[in-house]
Ligand binder design. Structure first.
Ligand code: ZN
Length: 241
């Protein structure tokens, strides 16, 4: 066997072994590596992650910075969840936090969910909320968020609705995790609404309602759960990690 043939044999064996490894189901109990389990119920802890911060403004449009409005909505969600829930915020002021550190905070809390709050940016006609999820244990929660946010938003146009996408915040934590885009700052109607405290409060109430419903009812009424996808953790080098 030449060196190159030996190498390809070894590489093939390694690939086979790692494929088998990634098809192993997540560990039962405390945290699930793949999220291949039913959605949460009865939880009383929520990790609220206001997107971006500090040197990272996120989307900037219509004179509004995503980091500012994401933090405002997150604080309103926290108010709407108290009393009754233990809320951990990944940031409470304008500071930069690495995505992996946000994942770390979430994974340090068991029997909790992670909700990451963002505002969107895209073509001008796109408007309305979107919900990003990946794990099976986060699907019903994502549906509840999308339904509740849609009920608050008076218009939608060309938005993606529910999106199954493997991001660091939708794949890597060991607890159910969902990323919300509460509207498009790049859309003039969304921006006008999001600029008002009254609309941000209604959006926060909708998010809090979805959390309370998931805790009370679990997956009930949300239809069959999607099949798990045993994909590796999302990395910074992924296209949209
Ligand atoms: Zn964002």
């Amino acid at each position: 066997m030449t060196a190159s043939r030996l190498f390809s044999f070894l590489a093939g064996a390694f690939l086979l072994a790692s494929c088998q490894m990634t098809q192993m189901p997540g560990l039962p109990g405390k945290g699930s590596v793949y999220g291949d389990r039913a959605g949460p119920s009865g939880f009383r802890s929520v990790i609220l992650d206001a997107g971006h911060g500090g040197k990272d403004s996120g989307a900037v449009s219509h004179g509004m910075m995503e980091k500012t409005y994401a933090l405002d909505i997150a604080k309103r969600v926290r108010s709407n969840l108290s009393p009754g829930y233990r809320v951990v915020m990944t940031r409470t002021d304008d500071r930069f936090i690495e995505l992996n550190d946000r994942v770390h905070v979430a994974s340090h809390n068991s029997d909790a969910i992670l909700v990451s709050i963002h505002l969107n940016h895209g073509r001008r006609y796109r408007a309305g909320p979107e919900t990003y999820w990946w794990r099976t244990d986060s699907y019903s929660l994502a549906r509840r968020f999308q339904q509740q946010m849609n009920a608050v938003c008076p218009h939608e146009s060309g938005n993606a609705g529910m999106v199954r996408r493997r991001l660091r915040l939708t794949r890597n934590p060991t607890i159910p995790c969902v990323l919300l885009e509460c509207g498009y700052l790049s859309n003039s109607r969304d921006a006008r609404l999001l600029a008002t405290a009254a609309y941000r409060e209604r959006m926060a109430q909708a998010i809090a309602r979805a959390i309370r419903d998931q805790s009370a009812y679990g997956d009930a009424g949300m239809g069959p759960l999607p099949r798990p996808i045993y994909a590796p953790p999302s990395k910074a080098s992924d296209a949209r990690g």
